[in-house]
Design a protein. Structure first.
Length: 273
């Protein structure tokens, strides 16, 4: 992979991993549209690592507070405050996607990775679903009102993010809005929930990469991809959390629909065939 490809894909990873527009769809559709070669495992690691660094930096205070609450809960043997409950809710809500991902990730990638038409369909379908719940959801609950049950519902919805075009942040924000959370609360819980998933993905892929060995020629593109993904991911988190305080998610819904329809039209006229 050359440095330009690494920069573009890294930047899109950072933006689209955080915004509800599907990073996996963009990382598959951009090379398909531009006829670029597959990025490979090395760059996949770089993208996940960059996103994890961005999220960890932005939510560093939340992470410290959750760790303190986690150990405080063990010390007091009590979950009597929302702060003490939140770390355990996030851990429990992470389990479904982790298990499904471990069991079916390869199968899902084999089915959907080479099918831009399916990816486009999921971008449109789940984009419309996001728009509907954003329009009609009650949007009253705060993150402190997260319960074990609501956390598990969001965690189960997160399993769908394995399908390219669904969007991890998109589907978890959708679930939060369906449960009556405000846009900001749904987005913040989505990002906190993503930390263990993104960290786990980066760790597993890094282990596979170390076993296979890192080609010297891939080191610089990998660093470029990590840096680009980290910078755009950090900017995107800050942007989205401010954006949802005052505005609806409609721009992201329309973006998904337009991109999905454009891909379908390109396929129908014979592009990439």
């Amino acid at each position: 992979m050359n440095l330009f490809h690494a920069l573009i894909l890294g930047a899109f990873q950072g933006f689209s991993e955080v915004l509800p527009i599907s990073s996996s769809a963009h990382l598959l559709l951009i090379p398909w549209f531009l006829k670029w070669p597959e990025s490979g495992l090395t760059f996949d690691v770089a993208l996940h690592l960059g996103t994890f660094i961005a999220l960890s930096l932005y939510f560093r205070h939340d992470i410290v507070e959750m760790l303190a609450s986690f150990f405080s809960a063990f010390k007091s043997r009590s979950l009597d405050t929302p702060a003490k409950r939140l770390p355990f809710i996030i851990i429990a809500a992470t389990i479904p996607a982790a298990v499904i991902g471990k069991l079916f990730e390869d199968t899902i990638e084999a089915v959907f990775r080479s099918s831009p038409l399916l990816i486009a369909g999921f971008m449109i379908g789940f984009g419309i679903l996001l728009g509907l719940v954003d329009r009609y959801g009650r949007k009253r609950l705060t993150i402190d009102q997260t319960t074990a049950a609501s956390g598990m519902v969001v965690g189960l919805f997160q399993c769908l993010a394995l399908i390219p075009g669904v969007s991890r942040s998109g589907i978890t924000i959708t679930a939060g809005l369906m449960l009556g959370f405000s846009r900001e609360a749904a987005a913040r819980f989505s990002f906190l929930l993503s930390l263990p998933i993104v960290a786990g993905a980066a760790l597993l892929k890094t282990i596979h990469l170390l076993k296979a060995g890192i080609p010297t020629a891939d080191l610089l593109p990998m660093l470029v991809g990590i840096t680009a993904s980290c910078i755009t991911g950090y900017v995107s988190v800050a942007f989205l959390l401010r954006f949802v305080q005052k505005r609806s998610l409609a721009p992201f819904v329309w973006y998904r629909i337009v991109v999905g329809l454009a891909v379908i039209i390109l396929i129908k006229i014979g592009f990439g065939g």
